[in-house]
Design a protein around this ligand. Structure first.
Ligand SMILES: [Zn+2]
Length: 195
């Protein structure tokens, strides 16, 4: 540090000189020297304290990371993302399955499919043929796999509109012959109605 000699007023550099280079007076009792030295000591102490606090804070942060674990945070994050993805697909699959079940009546066997229709086999009055065709329209609407068509007067009627129109042609007291045709799995695939 640089101080002023109390005896001759010249500048002393304490880093180089042990006493005043001009008059040779010692500066150990120089008041400027004393106060500057004290200030220096206080500054050093403050710096040390600041450094200590900084180190403690850094240690705390490190401890927090060690306890919480960067890796653990990453694992938690990945788990959450995976859970969200799985949940999304599960909900979609559930919805699809639900819709499929709602839209389609599943028949496990051909006989469970054919049974109610078989009651109308053979010679029937127009009244019962009408009931049979209502049943066919209903079955076609309820399942997507086994569609039944109606063969009448050389026409193959596949849509509900066509079948409904054909129903108007039936006479309740007239007799019709009802024949069933089956696919390779033994499900009724079309019904022939002969006057
Ligand atoms: Zn001096």
């Amino acid at each position: 540090m640089k101080i002023t000699c109390e005896h001759c007023g010249s500048l002393i550099d304490t880093a180089k000189d042990k006493k005043c280079s001009n008059c040779g007076a010692p500066y150990s009792n120089n008041s400027e020297y004393k106060s500057k030295k004290e200030l220096e000591a206080r500054q050093k102490e403050a710096e040390l304290k600041t450094r200590q606090i900084g180190n403690e804070m850094a240690e705390n942060v490190l401890d927090t990371f060690k306890n919480f674990g960067k890796i653990r945070l990453v694992i938690i994050f990945i788990s959450l993302v995976l859970f969200a993805v799985i949940a999304f697909f599960a909900i979609n699959t559930f919805k699809e399955t639900k819709t499929n079940i709602e839209n389609s009546t599943n028949y496990n066997t051909s006989s469970s499919f054919n049974n109610e229709l078989m009651l109308f086999k053979g010679t029937q009055s127009g009244f019962f043929v009408d009931k049979l065709l209502d049943l066919v329209i209903n079955k076609n609407a309820q399942n997507n796999i086994h569609k039944i068509s109606v063969i009448y007067k050389d026409f193959n009627l596949t849509t509900s509109d066509e079948i409904l129109k054909m129903k108007n042609d039936l006479k309740d007291d007239k007799n019709y012959n009802v024949l069933f045709n089956y696919d390779s799995d033994n499900y009724i695939i079309n019904i022939t109605i002969i006057e």
